[in-house]
Design a protein around this ligand. Structure first.
Ligand SMILES: *Cc1c(COP(=O)(O)O)cnc(C)c1O
Length: 461
């Protein structure tokens, strides 16, 4: 093809949108036609601007225009069909709410892959009859919680609490200690959620001290349940006291005791002495226990209701249960998390400080060899996810120039560290050891100036 004759409108020699889209399509099989056409259109608009601005300088030949359009269109294509980007969590925050809380274990990811297709989520293949939804996840849960009489899985922890209170106390009264009227984060206040069920909340006790007597005095015929909510994200120290689940169970107030443990920790963990576990709440005598499955349990987003069979059944049969049900992907990933090896959240919580120090020093040596200033410094991790406030997880981090924070954060995959005291800290606690190399390459790529020494020599002779 040749350049247009003088006097021709240069825009008329631009390639057609469909031609650019056709040329783009083979490399963009992960996108539908409208996305590819949109990228072609964006590219041609930019090119039209270039050509118009360039009208009195020589016009590129048709082939060049086509190549230029294609290059612009490729740059305009999204990198993948979904915009969520992998972030390597080097913050040292184990359950990072803004990073999607628990990263799934490899077996849970594999379970997701299978469940993504058509699967027997509600079909018994042996009898060809309808099967109970989530039966596998429930069986895995009861294997991990041998004392749990019955269970139900819903969409998230808030849904579990919502369903429990709706099924047990809508139109009646629920007792809750004033010290447990908490905000979980981002404006999510549990009392507001509880009131939305149509239950009346009756405050018991004070902010710092609540006794069994307070509950006893608040009891009347309208009370349908007693709620205990774990104030996950803060601690009250000093002159304080609470009626524990065990105290309330012993007092036998004649209505169900519902305990929201929050984190989904299944059994007590000596490293997290203030985190109530589902098993401990049941042992203490709770009639119904609710929790998340994606905080310390380390699974997908989900909510658990565990406890007395009649109460679990009342929740399961409530019409709201259908609106809150867990999807097949979550059920599959939850079952695999429960049956599989320790999920990443557990590994990160239990990471050995000496091992972390060794990984950091290997990373720092590699970076220094690449000409990047890097030191190994002591740095505590935290549990996060609004849980275990005040618990420090002793560990180490690689300290870098804070100017690297933005380029590391905006690349793909992103690397998110923590800026503290004028340094960027990369804590490897929540990075899979297999990804250490990825972190090293990301830092080197961000730290190495693009200008080669030769170019610098030209710029600064
Ligand atoms: C996190 C939390 C919830 C909400 O659980 P989600 O899974 O986020 O819906 C409810 N109660 C407590 C005590 C929590 O810590």
């Amino acid at each position: 093809m040749s350049a247009p004759a003088p006097g021709t409108d240069p825009r008329r020699s631009l390639p057609r949108v469909d031609d650019v889209a056709d040329a783009l399509a083979p490399g963009a099989a992960y996108l539908g036609r409208p996305e590819v056409v949109a990228a072609a259109r964006t590219a041609l608009e930019a090119l039209r601007g270039e050509v118009t601005g360039d009208a009195d300088g020589g016009l590129p030949a048709g082939d060049d225009l086509h190549a230029r359009a294609l290059a612009l269109a490729r740059a305009a294509l999204p990198a993948r069909a979904a915009s969520l980007r992998l972030v390597l969590n080097a913050t040292g925050v184990v359950v990072h709410t803004n990073l999607g809380r628990a990263p799934l274990s490899a077996v849970a990811v594999e379970a997701l892959r299978v469940a993504a297709g058509t699967c027997d989520v509600e079909l018994d293949l042996g009898t060809a009859r309808r099967g109970r939804r989530g039966a596998g996840a429930l069986a895995a849960l009861s294997a991990r919680l041998p004392g749990a009489p019955a269970a139900l899985v819903v969409n998230n922890g808030a849904a579990a609490l919502l369903l429990a209170v709706t099924a047990l106390a809508a139109g009646r009264t629920a007792l809750l200690s004033r010290g447990e009227m908490v905000e979980i984060g981002d404006g999510f206040r549990l009392p507001t959620l509880l009131i939305s069920t149509g239950a009346r909340l009756r405050e018991v006790g004070t902010t710092n001290r609540t006794t069994v007597r307070d509950y006893l005095e608040a009891m009347d015929d309208d009370v349908a349940c007693i709620l205990k909510i774990h104030p996950s994200n803060f601690r009250v120290v000093g002159f304080r006291g609470e009626a524990t689940a065990a105290d309330l169970a012993r007092a036998d107030l004649g209505v169900p005791l519902v305990v929201d443990t929050g984190s989904g920790l299944l059994r007590d963990d000596p490293a997290l002495p203030d985190e109530p576990s589902v098993a401990a709440a049941l042992e203490a005598g709770a009639d119904l226990v609710t929790s998340s499955t994606d905080k310390l349990l380390g699974g997908p987003q989900g909510g658990l209701l565990v406890g007395r069979p009649d109460l679990v059944e009342a929740c399961r049969r409530h019409p709201l249960a259908r609106a809150l049900r867990a999807d097949k992907l979550a059920l599959a990933a939850l079952e695999a998390t429960l049956r599989g090896p320790a999920p990443p959240v557990q590994c990160a919580l239990q990471a050995d400080a000496e091992t972390l120090r060794h990984r950091c020093s290997v990373l720092a040596v590699a970076l220094r060899e690449a000409g990047v200033a890097a030191d190994v410094v002591a740095s505590d991790g935290v549990v996060g996810g609004g849980g275990a406030p005040g618990v420090a997880l002793p560990g180490w981090a690689v300290a870098l120039d804070p100017a690297l924070a933005a380029p590391l954060r905006t690349r793909d995959p992103a690397v998110l560290g923590r800026v503290s005291d004028g340094r960027l800290l990369l804590d490897l606690r929540c990075v899979a050891p297999a990804d250490d190399d990825l972190v090293a390459r990301a830092v080197t790529a961000c730290a190495t100036p693009r200008d080669t020494p030769a170019e610098n020599a030209v710029l600064h002779p």
